[in-house]
Design a protein around this ligand. Structure first.
Ligand SMILES: Nc1ncnc2c1ncn2[C@@H]1O[C@H](COP(=O)(O)OP(=O)(O)OP(=O)(O)O)[C@@H](O)[C@H]1O
Ligand SMILES: [Mg+2]
Length: 350
């Protein structure tokens, strides 16, 4: 395997069950159900256990922005607490950069969390008695980095999140959005490979929230971290994600690109999330394109794979025959029938 192919995170049959003697209860439930995860989870629930994460299987690729979405209580936070080993996990495997972290020594885990992982939480308490720059530099202080070096690094990430000039402010002197920026800067201070963000923007009002999302995407475009981002806002998920995992009652019910989630929901729970989303603004031409040459008409309205369905349809208003689609380099990579564009936009209108 080449290095690039090693996923940043890989979870196999990951379970987190809450309740006394959960390890044994899970082993029993699995053996009694013949390793059927749904049956085992139901069995655990009957006995009063909470299977907060049920048999999770997924990979986060290097540089990927992986969003976990689901209703309150569906297990999102528990899942990232398992991955970062803040919770021991009840069963399954977790690999971070190819290394098995289940059962790793305390020392190794502390190293992992301090150097490899960055975390931002919704109400991540900043230290009220420390200034912005001291808060941001704090993780480096814990690592024993010299004062001069850590202040220089703190300044760098403070600029990155747009807080120049506020270095000496105290948290109480900042707005909610500014405080979240400090939290983001602090999580980036150690330059982590993997970045966990648990509903970092949920408490903010919509305008500030959108602003921070845009900045977050801008930062990610330069840093290219491997990211697990939790939200229960579908619009936020669709805007940010390379791929989205949808959780329900501890179970990942669907993993897919934003287009998959919007156009091909696996069940009503997923469909419910995307119900109010304007599909045409999120789904891309690539999702309805047919590969290869195909039969094409004479027109070439200039469609590209990355164009939204709305934009594509606007280009094809008067066309009735299949048209070519180009990739970013201008090469023709497939064909789209204008009627497929229209049909894709009506998936849910019954
Ligand atoms: N330490 C714990 N002990 C017992 N049960 C727990 C513990 N932590 C979480 N749970 C339970 O696990 C389930 C999943 O909780 P979790 O916090 O992961 O949900 P969530 O999807 O992050 O929700 P929210 O969107 O509200 O943050 C819930 O039923 C919760 O009550
Ligand atoms: Mg949570």
């Amino acid at each position: 395997m080449t290095e690039a192919a090693t996923p940043a995170i890989a979870c196999r049959n990951l379970w987190q069950v809450f309740g006394p003697g959960a390890d044994k209860a899970l082993t029993d439930a699995l053996s009694r159900s013949g390793n059927d995860a749904d049956k085992a989870a139901a069995n655990l629930r009957e006995k009063g256990y909470i299977p907060a994460v049920q048999d999770a299987n997924f990979e986060v690729k290097e540089g990927e922005l992986f969003v976990i979405m689901g209703l309150s209580g569906s297990g999102k936070s528990t899942l990232i607490r398992c991955i970062s080993q803040l919770l021991p996990g009840t069963g399954g495997e977790i690999h971070v950069d190819g290394e098995n972290v289940v059962g790793a020594s305390k020392k190794a885990l502390t190293e992992l969390r301090r150097k490899k992982l960055g975390m931002v939480f919704q109400h991540f308490g900043l230290f009220p008695h420390m200034t912005v720059v001291e808060n941001v530099a704090y993780p480096l202080r814990v690592q024993g980095v010299s004062r001069k070096e850590r202040l220089a690094r703190a300044q760098e990430v403070i600029s990155l999140v747009g807080l120049d000039g506020r270095e000496d402010s105290f948290p109480r002197q900042l707005s909610g959005g500014q405080r979240q920026r400090v939290g983001i800067a602090r999580s980036l201070a150690v330059n982590p490979d993997i970045w966990f963000l648990d509903e970092p923007f949920s408490a903010l009002d919509p305008l500030i929230r959108r602003q921070l999302q845009d900045e977050f995407l801008r930062i990610q475009a330069t840093l290219k971290k491997s990211i697990v981002f939790i939200t229960h806002d579908i619009a936020e998920a669709l805007k940010l994600a390379d791929r989205i995992a949808i959780m329900r009652d501890g179970k990942i019910v669907q993993i897919g690109t934003p287009t998959d989630i919007v156009l091909r929901p696996v069940d009503n729970y997923v469909r419910e999330f995307s119900k109010d989303v304007a599909k045409g603004q999120h789904a891309k031409v690539a999702s309805v394109m047919r590969d290869g040459e195909g039969e094409r008409g004479p027109d070439d309205p200039g469609l590209t794979t990355a164009m939204t369905l709305d934009a594509a349809l606007a280009h094809c208003m008067e066309l009735y025959e299949p048209v070519p689609v180009r990739d970013a380099s201008g090469a023709i990579v497939g064909t789209v029938h204008p009627s497929d564009l229209a049909a894709a936009l009506q998936v849910d209108e019954t």
